[in-house]
Design a protein around this ligand. Structure first.
Ligand SMILES: [Zn+2]
Length: 167
């Protein structure tokens, strides 16, 4: 039997996938999206804008934190859930700790996509969460993984070097 939370998670993740697809349907379009939800309401819907803004920090999650903070009138997003189509990188995982969201739910995981999406060889950003002073933050993968992973370059895809942002 499916629980209510899981149904909710899939509903929001579908919205995130739709937002990502609006950027484009090719992995070259960097279709990564994040949604921040609190009390059943979206505080932010954002996509990756690194190329558009000439800003290496304009990951979907970072854009979502900026939007949600303004919407909430507070940088503290305690009680909110961050949905993201791709497992957050180190920067966005750390930002999640600072922003004080309560849950991170992601679609495609590190092992489902090309290594170009993560900055480190071995460091598992999950450890940032487990090592945080905060004990009220959870991270959960596996929400619509296949649909999300289909947006990105796969582990064995031959990606043009100029598209690989981490090298
Ligand atoms: Zn990131």
């Amino acid at each position: 039997m499916r629980d209510h939370m899981a149904d909710n998670d899939e509903t929001w993740m579908r919205e995130a996938i739709a937002a990502a697809r609006q950027k484009g349907t090719s992995p070259a379009d960097t279709p990564i999206a994040a949604i921040i939800v609190r009390d059943g309401k979206a505080l932010a819907v954002a996509v990756n804008e690194t190329q558009e803004n000439c800003d290496a920090t304009a990951h979907a999650e970072m854009m979502a934190f900026r939007q949600a903070g303004k919407a909430a009138g507070d940088m503290d997003l305690r009680g909110a859930t961050l949905y993201t189509t791709l497992q957050p990188c180190g920067m966005c995982t750390m930002a999640s700790i600072w922003a004080k969201v309560g849950r991170i739910v992601y679609g495609a995981g590190r092992e489902d996509v090309h290594k170009m999406y993560f900055e480190d060889r071995h460091l598992d950003t999950m450890d940032f969460i487990h090592d945080a002073w905060r004990d009220d933050l959870r991270i959960e993968g596996g929400c619509l993984t296949d649909e999300c992973a289909a947006l990105y370059y796969g582990p064995d895809d031959d990606v043009p070097k100029e598209e690989q942002g981490n090298v």
